[in-house]
Design a protein around this ligand. Structure first.
Ligand code: PGA
Length: 254
């Protein structure tokens, strides 16, 4: 059974549902956020959306005072400086974000982000008062080689600064081969990886599952022991799908 979890700044919850819009969304899509706000909270479920940086300030306006938190998708490790195109954790916080996704496999693959780089970004997030969602996950080749647990635990140990700041950290287990593919590990496989991750984190650190979470499979995935929520890509772009996942999560609030 999942332990009780606290969402940053909210009441007791056991499920965190976070939407990652990735490089999707123009101003015209902000209406999806209005729909999330209009639908009202789901008891015991903490909701957040991480839109592209270009929408952060506008999204903050739409979500102001609501139950839906705002997050960034990445940040630079430095506070400011000559880093063309980058955004600091302080800038995310200034734009209204309270969370930031770090070390997503697309960042690791597209931008060569190493564990050390992710670790520096986690420090930056804490410096700015943001809760990092640190992503780890194995590739298909690593899975086929039977190295899933080893890879995930090594990424975690390299990506997390010590000492950890309990209460200001989330981890997302996202098998690379499951992202955007419609394929997911079995519940038993997910449960085993989440249990291994929980073994090296402070108690009550939310561990989210990510990779092809959809309204149709959300209940089965969120029922897995040690799964405390979901990091949702494609299905977070439409409020109706995201809400369906949030409502499925509501069934696992204890
Ligand atoms: P997906 O993406 O839900 O589209 O598979 C998940 C993620 O990359 O966070």
């Amino acid at each position: 059974m999942n332990a009780r979890r606290m969402a940053p700044g909210s009441g007791a919850v056991v499920q965190q549902i976070v939407g990652n819009w990735k490089m999707n969304g123009l101003g015209a899509e902000l209406g999806e956020l209005d729909a999330l706000v209009a639908a009202g909270p789901v008891a015991g479920v903490s909701l957040a959306i991480c839109p592209p940086a270009t929408l952060l300030s506008r999204a903050a306006g739409r979500l102001a005072g609501s139950h839906v938190m705002l997050g960034g998708q990445d940040c630079h490790a430095a506070q400011s400086g000559a880093h063309t195109g980058d955004i600091s954790a302080e800038m995310l916080a200034d734009a209204g974000a309270r969370l930031v996704i770090l070390g997503h496999s697309e960042r690791r693959a597209d931008h060569g982000e190493t564990d050390a780089c992710v670790r520096a970004k986690v420090e930056a997030a804490w410096r700015a008062g943001l809760t990092p969602i640190v992503c780890v996950g194995e590739t298909a080749a690593e899975r086929d080689a039977g190295c899933t647990h080893e890879v995930v635990l090594a990424q975690l140990s390299g990506s997390l600064p010590q000492p950890l700041r309990a209460g200001l950290l989330m981890v997302a287990y996202e098998p690379v081969w499951a992202i955007g593919t419609g394929r997911t590990p079995t519940p038993d496989e997910i449960g085993a990886v989440h249990q291994a991750i929980a073994g090296v984190l402070p108690p009550d650190t939310p561990i989210l599952y990510g990779g092809s979470v959809r309204p149709e499979n959300a209940a089965a995935l969120l029922a897995v022991p040690h799964v405390c929520g979901a990091l949702v890509g494609g299905a977070s772009l439409k409020a109706a799908d995201f809400l369906a996942i949030a409502r499925a999560a509501g069934a696992f609030v204890r």
